[in-house]
Design a protein around this ligand. Structure first.
Ligand code: FAD
Length: 346
């Protein structure tokens, strides 16, 4: 965002974050306390609403007078062309697939494989920011074993002058969603309020399940995100559960890598460079997400016990707090140098 000159705009909308803190809902014990400041020079996180991120990028596209064609559900790709139902759009020098985790263009990448559906997902919604019981600069979570995770993430404002907001999420096995809704909002509301009484104002603001979207996760890493005239970025190239909170960051890093690579004269060379620039960072985070997610979202009774024992100890044993901070900032196998990015403060 800084290299696009958009940091002041997104920085003014987002909410700077200093830490991620999680407590056991029953005992109140701290089972996660990660502070970005533990790693020198890491700066702060920035909680942003997805529509704020979209809005800032979209305004920049409009300001650059880049043509936007709407009303097209993309169903396929032929070298140089996009297929929108019965329509064929093109020719294009290069098609960038940024269609997210359900992209139909994934199937056109080399060694295409099916994504692995994950059992867990979440219902989530946007709620007004509430001061009582919450820290403005922290993502706060409550856990009950690994089967329940409730989170409140400050996300700042959707637009300048708008109200301050938070993202509210409740993890669940997505197959149980129908039964949860059938049981009624009131019964869920009581359960959540019992586990985390401070969320009562959030639950009142939500009012019904209509205000909550169901997200299902799937794990997928493209063997290669490039093929003839087509390149995948963001969730189209790699998707996973959002436990490490890296999806949007990864998409932005992909965009930066592609921008740098496309400075090369030859498109095929540029695409190979893009794939190489992102390869190891993406693979490391995809693997870490796959390994670490079950400690926070699974049916296991053993993993959360180990987590609750190990994490508080790890939090006091250098260099683990530092590594944890770098992990949740997306800075393990730091991509910044290769992508010619400077650390910026929000
Ligand atoms: C509950 C939840 C919590 C998350 N929390 C975090 C977090 O804390 N931090 C973080 O960094 N990430 C988080 N993520 C992940 C993050 O939202 C994604 O990684 C990120 O949005 C990926 O961006 P993208 O641009 O690649 O895809 P998307 O944001 O999915 O955008 C794809 C776009 O393409 C459009 N589209 C799709 N198919 C078609 C088609 N066939 N034709 C035309 N248009 C199409 C879609 O409508 C959408 O606008 C979370 C995700 C979920 C579900």
């Amino acid at each position: 965002m800084a290299t696009l000159g958009l940091l002041p705009t997104i920085g003014a909308l987002g909410q700077p974050l200093d830490r991620l803190v999680g407590h056991d809902a029953r005992s109140g014990r701290t089972v996660l306390d990660m502070r970005y400041a533990k790693w020198r020079g890491l700066g702060r996180g920035l909680g942003v609403h997805r529509s704020a991120l979209f809005g800032v990028l979209h305004d920049a596209v409009v300001a650059e007078r880049i043509e936007v064609v709407t009303g097209c559900t993309i169903s396929g790709h032929e070298p140089g062309y996009l297929i929108c139902g019965s329509r064929r759009e093109g020719p294009f020098d290069l098609v960038v697939d940024a269609l997210g985790a359900t992209s139909p263009l994934r199937a056109m990448l080399p060694q295409a494989r099916a994504p692995r559906p994950l059992n867990f997902g979440a219902i989530w919604g946007t709620v007004p920011w509430v001061d009582a019981g919450f820290e403005r600069t922290a993502l706060m979570q409550r856990y009950e074993r690994a089967s329940v995770m409730i989170g409140v993430l400050p996300v700042g404002r959707q637009s300048a002058g708008g109200p301050e907001l938070a993202s509210f999420f409740w993890s669940l096995r997505w197959r149980e969603h129908e039964a949860l809704v059938a049981d009624g909002f009131e019964s869920w509301r009581e359960r959540v309020a019992g586990l985390w009484p401070e969320t009562v104002p959030h639950l009142e603001a939500l009012g019904s399940f209509d205000a909550l979207s169901l997200a299902r996760y799937q794990h997928y890493t493209a063997a290669s995100p490039v093929t003839d005239g087509l390149v995948a970025v963001g969730d189209a190239a790699h998707s996973t559960s959002p436990q490490l909170g890296q999806g949007a960051n990864m998409a932005l890093l992909d965009a930066r890598a592609l921008t740098l690579a496309l400075r090369m004269a030859d498109v095929a060379d540029a695409l190979a460079t893009y794939a190489w620039l992102r390869r190891w960072h993406v693979r490391l985070y995809q693997a870490l997400s796959l390994w670490l997610t079950p400690a926070y979202q699974s049916e296991s009774r053993v993993l959360p016990v180990l987590r609750d024992l190990a994490v508080p100890i790890a939090a006091t044993m250098p260099p683990l707090p530092q590594l944890l901070a770098a992990l949740v900032a997306g800075r393990l196998l730091d991509p910044f140098t290769a992508l010619q990015l400077d650390a910026v403060q929000v």
